[in-house]
Design a protein around this ligand. Structure first.
Ligand code: SAH
Ligand code: SF4
Ligand code: F3S
Length: 507
C-alpha cells in the first residue's frame, strides 16, 4: 500500500504529486507493498459512484488529435484500455496504430513478473527519442506497475521525460489528469492506495464481437508469490443490477460472446453485506440473457461451490470450458503459496466438474521453480497435469516480486533447472492438448467466426465453445456468425475444418 497518499479510513487524497526534481526523497509518498498492512484491509468503505462525467471544456480538447495505448498483461488491463479509449474518444481524440503520429501515448503496464516490467522499461527507452523530437507529445504510464513504489521512483529518477503516471484506482481521473499534464511543466503523478471504490458508467470502446465485463475488482487471496492484491486493491464486487444491465445492453448490441472478469470470480458477492447473491446466482441470471456464449476468468479452486457447478451444468450459453489455475501439484508448495486447497481437493473438484458438465475442457496456470521446489514436488505437478488432462496451460517460471512473502523465501533452485522443468511441463501440455484435440476429429462443432486468419489469409479463423482455434475456408462476410464446422485435421494447438451448416441460415 502506498502510504502518504491516504490515511487509512479517510477519503481518497485527490492531490497529484508533481515534481521534476529527481534528487528529492519520494519515500514519503510511496512504500513497497506491505503484506501486513494490506492484509488489514476491511470490508468498510466500498462506495459505488454513478456520477462520472467529462467536464465540458474537456469534451473537445482532443479534436483533430490522435492517441495510442500499448497494453500489457491480462484481460483486466485490456478492458481498462477499452475504458481509457472510451474516455479519450469522448474528449475528441481518435485512435492511431502509429505511435509516431500520436499526440498521446499511454503504456498500460503489467507487474506480474519481472520480464513484464523489463519490456515496459525497454519501451520507455525507445520512446525517449520520440518525445525529444515531439515535445508536445504526452507520454503516460498507467496500469499495475504504477502502483509499485520502486517503479514510480525509477521513472521519476531515470525517465523524467514521462509526463504522467497514474494508478489502477485513478483511471476515471484520466481526463482531468491529461489536462494537468498538458499545462503542467512537471511530471504529474497520481497513484491512490484507495482500494474500495467502484466507478460505474465510465465510457467504453469495445472492438469486435466479444466483450469483457468486469464483475469484480481486486483480490484478497494474497497468494504469497503474487503482486495483484497490492496493485489492484481489495476484492469488491459490482452490484448485480449493474452487471446484468451491462450484459443486457451487450446482448442488445449483438455481441456473441462475453467474458466475465475478476481475479477470482468465484468470490463474487462475498463482500455484499445487504444481500446474499453469489457467482452462481449471477450466472443463473445471465443464463437467461440472449447472448450465445458466456465465459468467465479467472476462477479460484477455493471458492468453486456446488450451486455454481449446478448452474454451469445446465449448459445453454454457459460454455464447457473452465480456466482453473492450479499453480502446483504438490501440497507442500501449495501450502507455501497459500493457495488454501490441496492436490486432493483440487482433483475432487475436477472430478465433480467433469461429472456435471459433459465435454468439459479444462485449462490452467502453473508456476514452476517456486522457492525450494524439489524434483519430487515438480513431478507431483506433472502427475497432476496428467491426471486432470488439461487441454492447455499458461506456464511460468517463478519471478520474485518485491514486498510479497515468497520473495523472502530461500530459493535454492538454479535457473537452469527451472528452465528445464518448464520445458518438460510444456512438452507434457502439448502432448495432452493434441490428445484432447484428437477427440474432435471428424466431429462437427459450433464455431464463432472471428475473421480472416492473420497467419494464413486464405482461411477464416474462429473458436469453438471450448475456446479452441479452428481454421477453415469461407467468405469473410461470415465474421461474427456462429456456424457449424466439421473438423478435418487435428494439430496440437489448432484444427482445420470445413463449413457444415450455417446456424444463421437455419434460424
Ligand atoms: N487471479 C488469477 C491469476 C492472475 S495472475 C488466479 O489466481 O488464478 C496469472 C498467473 O500468473 C497466475 O495464475 C500465476 O500462475 C502467474 N503468476 C502470478 N504471480 C507470479 C509470479 N510471481 N511468478 C510467476 N508467475 C506468476
Ligand atoms: Fe494473485 Fe490470483 Fe492469488 Fe489473487 S488469487 S493473489 S490474483 S494468483
Ligand atoms: Fe498484470 Fe495487473 Fe493483470 S499485474 S496480470 S495487468 S492484474
Amino acid at each position: 500500500m502506498m502510504r502518504g497518499l491516504r490515511e487509512k479510513g479517510s477519503a481518497p487524497v485527490t492531490d497529484s504529486i508533481k515534481t521534476a526534481k529527481p534528487e528529492k526523497d519520494y519515500s514519503i509518498y510511496f512504500q513497497p507493498p506491505s503484506y501486513r498492512e494490506a492484509k488489514k484491509r476491511g470490508k468498510e468503505d466500498v462506495r459505488v459512484h454513478y456520477d462520472f462525467r467529462i467536464a465540458d471544456d474537456l469534451r473537445t480538447i482532443g479534436r483533430g488529435k490522435l492517441y495510442h495505448i500499448q497494453t500489457y498483461g491480462c484481460q483486466m488491463n485490456e478492458h481498462d484500455t477499452e475504458t481509457m479509449k472510451g474516455m479519450l474518444e469522448e474528449m475528441g481524440y481518435a485512435w492511431t496504430d502509429h505511435r509516431r503520429e500520436a499526440d498521446i501515448i499511454l503504456l498500460n503496464t503489467c507487474a506480474i513478473r519481472e520480464n513484464a516490467e523489463d519490456k515496459v522499461f525497454g519501451e520507455l527507452g525507445h520512446l525517449k527519442s520520440l518525445k525529444t523530437e515531439k515535445p508536445d507529445l504526452i507520454l503516460g504510464v498507467c496500469g499495475c506497475m504504477s502502483q509499485e513504489e520502486g517503479v514510480v521512483r525509477r521513472i521519476l529518477e531515470k525517465h523524467q521525460y514521462v509526463d504522467l503516471i497514474f494508478g489502477t484506482h485513478n483511471i476515471h481521473r484520466l481526463p482531468e489528469l491529461l489536462r494537468e499534464a498538458m499545462f503542467a511543466k512537471e511530471m504529474v503523478v497520481e497513484v491512490w492506495s484507495k482500494e474500495g471504490d467502484i466507478y460505474e458508467n465510465l465510457p467504453k470502446k469495445r472492438a469486435g464481437l466479444k466483450a469483457w465485463v468486469n464483475i469484480m475488482y481486486g483480490c484478497d487471496k494474497f497468494c504469497t508469490y503474487c503482486i495483484v492484491p497490492y496493485t489492484r486493491g481489495k476484492e469488491r464486487s459490482r452490484r448485480p443490477e449493474d452487471v446484468i444491465a451491462e450484459v443486457r445492453e451487450l446482448a442488445r448490441q449483438g455481441y456473441k460472446e462475453i467474458t466475465l472478469l475478476g481475479q477470482n470470480v468465484n468470490a463474487y458477492g462475498k463482500d455484499f453485506e445487504d444481500i446474499h447473491y453469489r457467482f452462481g446466482d449471477l450466472m443463473a441470471d445471465i443464463q437467461k440473457i440472449d447472448i450465445p456464449r458466456v465465459r468467465f476468468t479467472t476462477s479460484h479452486p477455493r471458492d468453486f461451490d456446488d450451486h455454481l457447478i449446478e448452474v454451469l451444468s445446465r449448459g445453454g450459453n454457459m460454455v464447457e470450458h473452465i480456466h482453473l489455475p492450479v499453480q502446483s501439484g504438490s501440497n507442500e508448495i501449495l501450502k507455501r503459496m497459500s493457495r488454501k486447497y490441496t492436490r486432493e481437493s483440487y482433483l475432487e473438484l475436477v472430478r465433480k466438474l467433469k461429472a456435471a458438465i459433459p465435454g468439459l475442457v479444462l485449462s490452467t496456470d502453473i508456476i514452476v521453480g517456486f522457492p525450494g521446489e524439489t524434483e519430487e514436488q515438480f513431478e507431483e505437478t506433472l502427475s497432476l497435469v496428467r491426471e486432470v488432462e488439461f487441454a492447455s496451460a499458461f506456464t511460468f517460471i517463478y519471478s520474485p516480486r518485491e514486498g510479497t512473502p515468497a520473495a523472502q523465501m530461500e530459493d535454492n533452485v538454479p535457473l537452469e533447472v527451472k528452465k528445464e522443468r518448464l520445458t518438460r511441463l510444456n512438452n507434457l501440455i502439448a502432448e495432452l492438448s493434441r490428445k484432447d484435440n484428437e477427440k474432435l476429429h471428424g466431429q462437427t462443432v459450433e464455431v464463432l467466426v472471428e475473421g480472416v486468419s492473420k497467419n494464413n489469409p486464405d482461411y477464416l479463423t474462429g473458436r469453438t465453445r471450448t475456446n479452441k482455434i479452428v481454421h477453415f475456408r469461407g467468405p469473410e462476410s461470415l465474421t461474427g456468425e456462429l456456424i457449424d464446422v466439421r473438423i478435418t485435421e487435428v494439430q496440437t494447438w489448432l484444427f482445420k475444418g470445413e463449413i457444415a451448416t450455417l446456424h444463421a441460415l437455419e434460424a
